[in-house]
Ligand binder design. Sequence first.
Ligand SMILES: Cc1cc2nc3c(=O)[nH]c(=O)nc-3n(C[C@H](O)[C@H](O)[C@H](O)COP(=O)(O)O)c2cc1C
Length: 500
Amino acid sequence: MFERTLYRSDMLKCALCQDAPCDAACGKLAPSSLLRSIWFDNEKGAAGRLPAQDPCLNCPGNCEAGCVRPGEVPIRKLIKRLRAEVAPQMEVPLPQDEERLWTDLCGVPLENPFLLSSSVVASTYDMCARAFEAGWGGACFKTVCSLDIHEASPRFSAIDGADGSIIGFKNIEQLSDHSAQENMDIFRRLKKNYPSKFILASIMGQNEQEWEDLARMCEENGADGVELNFSCPNMMEGGLGSDIGQVPELVERFTAAARRGTKIPLLAKLTPNVANMSPAAEAAVRAGADGIAAINTIKSVIGVSPHTYVSAPAVHGQSAVGGYSGNAVKPIALRFMAELGNNPLLKGKHISGMGGVENWSDAVEFILLGAGSIQVTTAVMQYGYRIIEDLKAGLNLYLAEKGIGSVKEAVGLALGSISATTDVLERDTVVYPKFHRDRCIGCGRCAISCADGGHQAIRLNAERRPVLDGRKCVGCQLCVLVCPQRAITSSGRRVAKKQQ
Ligand SMILES: Cc1cc2nc3c(=O)[nH]c(=O)nc-3n(C[C@H](O)[C@H](O)[C@H](O)COP(=O)(O)O)c2cc1C
């Protein structure tokens, strides 16, 4: 099986530049877009775009020399591997149309399931317009309110992955700092100039009348749907945002108020800062919501300095609990997708999923767990609107390879595999790991983890290769996860425990 992580690890020095100098230096093709496709898990999409003639034949490597880190990114090697190793694995040609991506949000057409989520990435006319031009299906605009919003500086902090990219992101931002009237002008202009794009208006009221008035105002000014922000964890005043999402009675009351104000689709955006999301989701649906959006950010603290004793972001020596987002939160978001998707009282309701989506395979996970549309913020903040190219192309190719005719056909396909509790799992067999000696470099990481975090079933032989003691192995497969060479896989074969 093709393993993307090893390809991506070969391009860690790539800065994913704007107007990448490698493109200008090459002159024959755009290496930067191929590299981006590798980064965003769309290697097949990259391989499918390669010209028939090997573009690197007899080439001195101007692309690598012209790189902002000259010679540090093995562009030609990566292109060669796309041609030699990835292209032969393509099961279908790259789709030339985007028919499969067409879907709808509560009956309103969506040209693809990807929307910007409500945040700074969708906070002005110009930003939304550029995102639409880049190919996003719609935008959930930064939450509109009548509060006087003033933000702190700095207001973000992050946890980096080993490759230097942001994997977890904390913000202490609140809502739109434009007046509601300014935002209504933006909605009207966006709808006029981009009639096919979905304008989802996020709102937050301070009382029932405000929820009703804001919802009505958004419909009157061109919004296609309204998202009720019951989930911002960063509000200065109590009783707003996630304080509402944690109390189903308040969710019901304010959803009903918004419902009085508008007939267009209404989504309740719920907070993950709860044990279970179903009580709030059911309350929203009882009060007339057409669907649920989730997740908003998770309350968090990042990076307590051992020197200043202040966590990040530090604002004049003080910080605050703030919302965590980005790829690190995806498992938590998926857990809520599964909860909502498996709730019979929410059957038929639209779920707009978000929390950590960076690439098409992240999006597929949300869709398979019941999300009918996908929203994104943190990945856009890190990489820009251009990620939509690989989101769409990767999803389109995945659906074509699977023979799935549309996004809608894929919604919820994995829900049956998830149980909220572990009591349903079979416990009478084990699955042993399989060691691929051709890839093993003899580092012994499997043996260390098995000795200190497993069941002492692996030892290294004289050639520094792992040897498994089947009587001790419990099939936990920790070794599969820690091997830096991906040289251990699951054997896939179940063996009855009593035969061990
Ligand atoms: C800087 C920032 C500002 C945000 N502002 C809002 C907001 O105004 N309204 C809202 O409903 N969600 C807001 N969010 C939450 C996002 O819309 C989204 O729910 C969350 O970040 C998870 O998605 P992600 O991992 O793709 O970022 C904000 C998130 C970030 C990072």
